[in-house]
Design a protein around this ligand. Structure first.
Ligand code: SAM
Length: 288
């Protein structure tokens, strides 16, 4: 139940580079609240100055979040309104705020999101990789052994994988991704989104690695790396039965080629596997 006398906690997304992506609603809320809780008050100062927002700020970062959250909850309970922002993009997405939002919800305080930019979603939207299922993995571990073991656990994941990466680890991370997923796995490097040197490149991982490694300029800025999910294998009897059921229906109504194309779309299985099954079924049917 919401606490009627308390203020609202707004979770406000800010641009990931291009200030033109700031929404009018974000500006209005930041002007109207009693205080802005910012990851880095100096960094956010530039954004606030640009939009002539004179609201006082308070720092909420990784190291003080739990302590400051209690203070902010008390202020909200006294009726103040607070906006949470991060250095860029959507708060809580690889950024602080989780404890604060959770505590506010537990205290019956209204939490209102003001949506806007998020590097992961911005990259996905222009990547050309499947977007029906995706998994946001954030930053990989800094050390190669831990990074490789994290990547190994994702090897069979069939949804698109999304990672954040920093310029000083981009080459190492791409090298580990190539070693684990293979040179041929399709990937996208989305660099400096919404900024002057925005680069979005879709290619097999091996090619992306060379492209970044061979050009110092491509190692600068901020990165989102997206990796095509693994091809689904019909490794269970259940998958195979379902594929055969779908193909049987389709083969009665459309050509072999069309049946294969539709079944691939429905099941997400590899085309050649679906084709083999379709041919086998067709042969079986003609013998019966
Ligand atoms: N909360 C932010 C969001 O909503 O995307 C992410 C914050 S996280 C600390 C910073 C990371 O996001 C960067 O290291 C980079 O991987 C990614 N990122 C942020 N801005 C970006 C941009 N303009 N282009 C590409 N990646 C970006």
């Amino acid at each position: 139940m919401n606490n009627q006398n308390s203020g609202t906690l707004y979770v406000v997304a800010t641009p990931i580079g291009n200030l033109g992506d700031m929404s009018q609603r974000a500006v209005d809320v930041l002007k109207q609240v009693d205080v802005i809780a910012a990851e880095d008050t100096r960094h956010s100062g530039r954004l606030l100055q640009h939009f002539v927002i004179n609201t006082p700020t308070i720092a909420v970062h990784e190291h003080n979040e739990v302590k400051i959250a209690a203070e902010l909850i008390a202020r909200l309970e006294q009726g103040e309104s607070i906006a949470l922002i991060s250095d860029a993009g959507t708060p809580l997405v690889s950024d602080p705020g989780y404890h604060l939002i959770r505590m506010a919800g537990d205290a019956g305080i209204q939490v209102t999101p003001i949506p806007g930019a998020c590097a992961a979603i911005t990259a996905l939207s222009a990547s050309g990789l499947p977007s029906d299922r995706f998994s946001f993995e954030g930053f990989l571990p800094a050390k190669s052994t831990a990074r490789k073991s994290t990547l190994e656990k994702l090897i069979h994941e069939t949804g698109t994988l999304i990672f954040y990466e920093t310029p000083h680890r981009i080459v190492e991370s791409l090298a580990d991704m190539t070693a684990i997923f293979g040179e041929e796995r399709e990937a996208v490097m989305a660099r400096e989104l919404t900024k002057k040197f925005e680069t979005i490149k879709r290619a097999p991982l091996g090619e992306i690695l060379s492209f970044v490694k061979d050009d110092n300029d491509q190692q600068k800025g901020e990165f989102v790396i997206l990796i095509h999910g693994a091809e689904k294998q019909p490794d269970t009897g259940e998958d195979m039965q379902e594929l055969q059921r779908i193909l049987k229906i389709l083969l009665e109504k459309v050509s072999l080629k069309e049946a294969v194309a539709i079944a691939v779309e429905i099941t997400g299985l590899k085309k050649n596997q679906v084709y083999e099954q379709a041919v086998a079924l067709k042969e079986k049917n003609s013998l019966e």
